[in-house]
Design a protein around this ligand. Sequence first.
Ligand SMILES: Cc1cc2nc3c(=O)[nH]c(=O)nc-3n(C[C@H](O)[C@H](O)[C@H](O)COP(=O)(O)OP(=O)(O)OC[C@H]3O[C@@H](n4cnc5c(N)ncnc54)[C@H](O)[C@@H]3O)c2cc1C
Length: 382
Amino acid sequence: MLALNLSDEQKVLRDMVRDFATKKLKPIASQIDETEMIPKEIISEICEFGLLGAAFPVEYGGSGFGECGYAIIAEEIARVCMSTATFIGAHVSIASNSIYVAGNEEQKLKYLTPLATGEKIGAFALTESQAGSDAFNVLTHAELDENTSEWILNGSKQWISNAPIADIFIVYARTKRGISTFIVEKDTKGFTVGPPEKKLGIRGSQTATLTFEDVRIPKENLLGAEGRGFLTAMKVLDTGRLGLGAACLGACKELLNMSVQYSKERKQFNESISSFQAIQFMLAEMQTLIYQVESIVYRTATLYDEGKMTTRHAAIVKLAASEALDKCADYAMQIYGGAGYSKEYPIERYYRDARINRIFEGTSEIQKIVIAHDLLKKGELK
Ligand SMILES: Cc1cc2nc3c(=O)[nH]c(=O)nc-3n(C[C@H](O)[C@H](O)[C@H](O)COP(=O)(O)OP(=O)(O)OC[C@H]3O[C@@H](n4cnc5c(N)ncnc54)[C@H](O)[C@@H]3O)c2cc1C
């Protein structure tokens, strides 16, 4: 850990999560990857620990640690298992947070509270086959049946994290007034979840397609005002991008720790490979990236908790952290040589898990577009 100004409370949270991650999650991280699922008992322990509600206020079942608290959790969990960090990120930062950001009091009590306590699992459904980077292009649509006061939802979504295990889905769909957001419960008639996708990395984080065929949703499950859904999605994705940056930071740190240790132990030409300048330069670059990413993640999380974070801040964190993780995973693989390429060591898993971070919650190219547009419009960051 670098020189962060964590409060005593935050240090207790970090130590508690680190202890859980090291003792419970780390030993089964490769099993999670191989079996492509997080064991139910681990999910239950995560819920019991209160990790799913740490960011939210106490009145909604959370523990009020805010975004700095969430960043600590994401970092510590991702150090040992990116699949589990992705499960938590999808549940907290984008699914539960949609209700926190746009929900009325009744919706928060009915849906956010069981999500924050982990009684229910959440998923955030925006992406469709023709609406990836072009997220506004969603074709899933909902019409209000005036006779029954129900919304009738039709369409499909793809790449939805947590879908196979979720109870509550935040679904973005087109209505007369634009894009609107709906809370859809798992067992609603006409709603089906496809089988988990086969993926390169974060294999324990299950992802699936959703299909809606005349799904009837009670009027009170419209989240926020009709037509305001795209704004909700963008606001929520800002939070998601910051949390994702914290997760990337945790994985970067673990890759550096492993690389330092291995480079000291591995001998070639009768010397530890850590004595070679070529290896030292890679370690130095990893350390430098980590210091940069740690600084912006916690600075931005503090801005978030003060209500001052902008979309540009979140995009910068996401871009820098995901690119740094890719670089750290690549260097770690190079330092380990053939051993890194083998399943005997966890490096190959980190290498595979790292790659998605430059793609989901907005690709690196999309982050650059967001940063550049905002820079050109508003000038330097205040
Ligand atoms: C494992 C996984 C989990 C996911 N989880 C979720 C989830 O829980 N909920 C959800 O809603 N979505 C989820 N997604 C979807 C994810 O957010 C999208 O995959 C992502 O936004 C990119 O969209 P796309 O895959 O359609 O790529 P595309 O949009 O087709 O992009 C392809 C390439 O074109 C580039 N590109 C596109 N437009 C431009 C442009 N204007 N300028 C320059 N380059 C451009 C992109 O940067 C990229 O390099 C997930 C995806 C994956 C793979």
